[in-house]
Design a protein around this ligand. Structure first.
Ligand SMILES: NC(=O)c1ccc[n+]([C@@H]2O[C@H](COP(=O)([O-])OP(=O)(O)OC[C@H]3O[C@@H](n4cnc5c(N)ncnc54)[C@H](O)[C@@H]3O)[C@@H](O)[C@H]2O)c1
Length: 365
């Protein structure tokens, strides 16, 4: 992900009239071999294998921290101690307790600006779906589904990596990898789960290790979590799905909101279109809207062209740096530390639910 962000920053001139002009000046990776890739970025003047060395550099304002989950707490706390603003990766701590310690430290250090990475809501179709919900045209909400679906783990010969080992990825497994991606929009729209029922599947329990021999693969592959949102007559189900084994889905992020008067559905399977529901002249209509390339911050790209993953990363960074500069306005912001912690509370309740076999309350955060 460090390379992905370096490439996004190199494409910064594609943004029209953004208030900030970032420059990538320093890179850290514990694996010295990984640093060589950054030779192609000519603004980089510092390469190090020790993050403390980078954090001690007073000429660095902002840090992007993308490391395996067991290292989030240590590196985020070090960044906070060094007074560096940062965009941290999800799940923002390997578990609820790590997330709590990170967020507590941020609350005690209000001068540090921090957000958590989640780029998929910056697809223009996702923005249009969010706008449709915010416009009030949906009416009373009946149900919401938010999913992030992968399928490369269908291949049982795929070698093990740190994301498939609980010690490094966390007991959350796939929820830690993909959960904040699906909860970003619901939480921002005020849909805070109060109770969850989870079905968590550890489907593939062994994978080829470094020498080809099978080693344990002990993380949750697929998580289906049904959440209660709202109360009384406003109660509705929010189904969140995070899956590593969803046959046919390669990186499908989906949001579907259906209400009594309208609905909106966006999936990156059809990245150029949003489906919108309405009732017209007594008829039920699902219409298809073409979205084009423009997202939260305008770019030089022609409106008719396609938008993709790397555009979403660019938009997320444009949003993060604009908000840091106090210039975000009413645009859709990145995941806040409080939202990352709220997501941890949902995942924690999901783990409890899988153990008890019952719906479990989400602790107040
Ligand atoms: N936003 C997204 O779409 C997205 C996608 C993939 C991964 N991620 C997140 O990004 C983070 C990293 O995932 P990844 O896929 O890039 O992993 P990766 O394994 O590809 O890269 C992690 C890098 O961290 C380095 N590293 C390990 N320990 C380090 C240390 N102490 N100091 C400095 N560098 C160290 C490793 O050498 C490696 O190069 C995770 O939190 C993951 O959940 C986000």
């Amino acid at each position: 992900m460090g390379r992905e962000v370096a490439a996004a920053l190199a494409r910064w001139p594609a943004l029209d009239d953004h208030p900030v002009r970032p420059r990538l000046t320093a890179v850290c990776d514990a694996n010295a071999g990984a640093l060589a890739w950054f030779d192609r970025i000519d603004t980089v003047r510092l390469r190090t294998t020790d993050h403390r060395y980078l954090l001690a550099d007073e000429r660095i304002d902002v840090v992007y921290i993308a490391v395996p989950h067991h290292l989030h707490e240590e590196l985020y706390l070090d960044a906070i101690s060094a007074g560096k603003d940062f965009l941290g990766e999800k799940p923002f701590g390997i578990d609820l307790h790590a997330g709590e310690r990170i967020v507590r430290s941020l609350r005690n250090t209000p001068e540090v600006f921090a957000r958590c990475s989640s780029e998929m809501p910056y697809f223009p179709g996702a923005q249009l779906a969010i706008e449709t919900v915010r416009s009030g045209h949906i009416g009373k909400i009946l149900e919401v589904r938010a999913s992030f679906l992968h399928s490369s783990d269908l291949d049982v010969t795929k070698p093990i990596n740190w994301k498939r080992v609980a010690r490094f990825c966390g007991r959350l497994g796939v929820m830690g990898d993909l959960g904040i991606h699906v909860l970003h929009v619901p939480l921002r729209l005020g849909w805070v789960p109060s109770r969850v029922y989870a079905v968590l599947q550890d489907v593939v329990t062994q994978r080829p290790g470094p020498h080809g021999r099978p080693v344990p693969c002990d993380t949750i592959d697929n998580a289906t979590v049904i959440c209660s949102v709202g109360q009384g007559r406003d109660l509705f189900p929010l189904t969140i799905e995070t899956k590593r084994i969803a046959p046919g889905e390669t990186n499908t992020w989906l949001l579907r909101v259906v209400g009594m008067e309208g609905g909106a559905e966006f999936s990156t399977q059809s990245p150029k279109t949003v489906r919108r529901f309405s009732v017209r002249d007594g008829r039920q209509v699902w219409e298809r809207l073409e979205t084009g390339s423009q997202s939260v911050f305008p770019t030089v790209t022609g409106g008719i062209f396609e938008f993709g993953f790397s555009d979403a990363v660019l938009q997320m960074w444009a949003v993060f740096l604009a908000e840091r500069a106090g210039a975000l306005g009413d645009r859709f912001g990145c995941v806040t530390p409080d939202e990352a912690l709220a997501a941890h509370h949902v995942f924690d309740a999901a783990l409890r639910s899988a153990k008890s076999g019952c719906a479990e309350p989400v602790e107040v955060w």
